[in-house]
Ligand binder design. Structure first.
Ligand code: NAP
Length: 525
């Protein structure tokens, strides 16, 4: 597929703008062609208008048709073949195997949503039949279900250029819900975005679906994204990226004449608590796993363990030293962009300047382009608890070891913590019994609790929660991974005293779709 740097306004291609930008290969600084044309206000308007016009028709398509669209998007992505992998590697510095895996994850994710649509019960149909003879007042017939919210604006992330980008979880869940989508492409991988947007369009054209279901605008400055969020035609936002970006877009959305929800997945430090019993039994093994998890993909995962908490001196000291020794043997890796590499360096400098923080170990510097050097830093619980800055994510291959004086102190650390995507507890049976209180505290802080495993590696499945209380997301009730992500882009509608023929199929008395429904308080098919 030939790249030409254009914006996708439904099926039309457009490059009206004067501002241009290029992708850069982060591993050698090579500037990559073509030039991309930042979308103008007029182009953004056209994309959103088309999404608004297509929405009423698209949302009414049955689940089978929307499922087929998702499957065909997956097929078209696979048809892009090696050129997609090659372009994505050049734009991100990520290795071939990682991008190939990410493509598989994306296609499987589309398939998972398709399966859910075919089955159909996701609409959560609830029916309370009428009782005209009820005294003192008759009871009406009331039925409700989820329907699509409207056109959605999606911001792709830099660190998952396929799985959290143009056809990633946000787009898949919005299209599955019946929403039309306008993507703001990530400026770090515009060519990958263009190729995937082309694949989505081929699937839409193959199925002869309405123009405007999907559009994508390019841009390397904040104005494009802000205009998209401000646009009155947009009814919700999905975002993955920095805290600053997510919060800025949330504020823009909240200040619109018609405020809209922003589902932003932002930073997380993903604390790992290693309890004394298991440390004595398996300390060396856990230290090895922790060092690998911290440095995986140069630490550029939102689930990267940026904090680990251990108790005591003797065994605890040995464990922390051990993690440090492992980290020293790991080389600096390439980071996704020069901005991310600089932010990582700056983040370590800032941490180092905080009261009581020491560098425990540093990985091997590579001297290469945009290298991210692994670090382990150390701080006591007292200093940690009194300094919010130590909970700020440093996006990259580093972790901060917090030393607790004992069990109560360790629980105090958990109580002080802000919202995170995950928390991990390493413990044997006895530890888990002794520290039940810790689990109870952490339930209030995170979206996913892990026992004896590392947080990196997020399974795409029906029960996954990739979310958590602020500041890790802007809505603690949401997940951006797994099929429950669909509910971000849907809302309930209730139909009172409707003739059966006028009800959506999901709510008709005879249940023609054969879905699970809450019928007079009982789950039935
Ligand atoms: P980002 O800077 O937040 O950018 C993500 C997207 O949002 C881009 O399309 C960007 O477009 C847009 N954007 C950012 N700030 C904006 C603003 N104020 N107004 C309008 N649009 C805005 O994230 P990134 O480029 O992926 O990575 C940068 C940092 O984000 C990393 O260093 C890391 O700290 C964090 N990050 C976190 C996660 C996570 O999973 N939580 C993932 C990736 C990155 P423009 O560039 O055109 O403004």
């Amino acid at each position: 597929m030939e790249l030409n740097g254009q914006n996708f306004l439904g099926r039309d291609r457009s490059r009206q703008g004067e501002k241009q930008f290029q992708a850069t290969n982060p591993s050698n600084g090579e500037k990559l062609l073509p030039f991309y044309f930042e979308a103008t206000q007029d182009e953004i308007d056209k994309a959103v208008q088309k999404a608004a016009v297509a929405f009423p028709r698209y949302r009414k398509l049955n689940g089978e048709t929307r499922a087929l669209l998702l499957l065909q998007i997956g097929e078209e992505i696979m048809k892009l073949g090696e050129p997609l992998i090659a372009r994505c590697c050049r734009e991100t510095g990520l290795p071939d195997a990682r991008i190939t895996g990410e493509r598989g994850r994306t296609v499987n994710q589309l398939g998972l949503f398709a399966g859910m649509l075919k089955e159909g019960s996701w609409v959560d149909a609830r029916i309370d039949t009428a009782d005209p003879g009820r005294k003192p007042a008759p009871k009406p017939d009331i039925r409700s279900m989820h329907i699509a919210l409207g056109p959605v604006g999606i911001f792709g992330a830099s660190n998952f250029p396929i799985a959290f980008s143009v056809a990633g979880g946000d787009t898949a869940s919005a299209l599955a819900a019946g929403c039309t989508v306008v993507v703001k492409a990530h400026p770090a991988h515009p060519g990958t975005c263009e190729m995937v947007a082309g694949a989505i369009h081929k699937a839409i054209e193959r199925m002869k679906l309405p123009d405007g279901i999907f559009s994508m605008v390019q841009g390397a400055s904040a104005e494009v994204g802000i205009s998209l969020v401000r646009h009155p035609g947009i009814k919700a936002i999905g975002f993955t990226g920095s805290s600053a970006g997510g919060k800025a877009l949330f504020d823009v959305a909240a200040s619109r004449p018609e405020p809209i929800p922003v589902f932003a997945e932002m930073g997380s430090v993903n604390p790992v608590f290693i309890l004394p019993g298991i440390m004595a039994e398996k300390g060396a093994e856990i230290a090895e796993g922790l060092a690998a998890s911290v440095t995986l993909g140069s630490g550029q995962f939102c689930t990267n363990p940026g904090l680990f908490i251990t108790e005591g001196t003797g065994e605890g000291d040995r464990f922390r030293q051990d993690v440090g020794e492992k980290i020293k043997k790991i080389n600096a890796g390439i980071m996704l962009t020069s901005g991310i590499s600089k932010a990582c360096e700056q983040g370590i400098l800032t941490l180092e300047k905080q009261r009581g923080v020491k560098i425990l170990a540093k990985g091997a510097e590579s001297g290469g382009f945009n290298a991210g050097t692994p670090y382990v830093l150390l701080v006591s619980s007292e200093n940690f608890i009194t300094n919010d800055l130590l909970e700020k994510e440093v996006f990259g291959p580093s972790t901060l070891a917090v030393t607790a004086a004992g069990k109560d102190d360790l629980v105090r650390i958990a109580e002080k913590m802000q919202g995170n995507l995950t928390a991990t507890i390493y413990g044997n049976d006895q530890d888990l019994e002794n520290y039940a209180e810790l689990i109870s505290v952490l339930e209030n802080k995170v979206g996913r609790l892990i026992i004896n495993g590392f947080p990196t590696g997020v399974e795409v499945c029906h029960s996954m929660v990739h979310g958590g209380p602020f500041p890790t997301t802007t809505d603690a009730r949401s997940t951006s991974v797994g099929t429950a992500a669909i509910y971000r882009f849907a809302r309930r509608v209730c139909y009172q005293n409707f003739p059966d023929r006028m009800l959506p199929d999901e709510l008709k008395e005879k249940n023609p779709l054969g879905i699970w429904r809450l019928y007079n308080g009982e789950w039935k098919k």
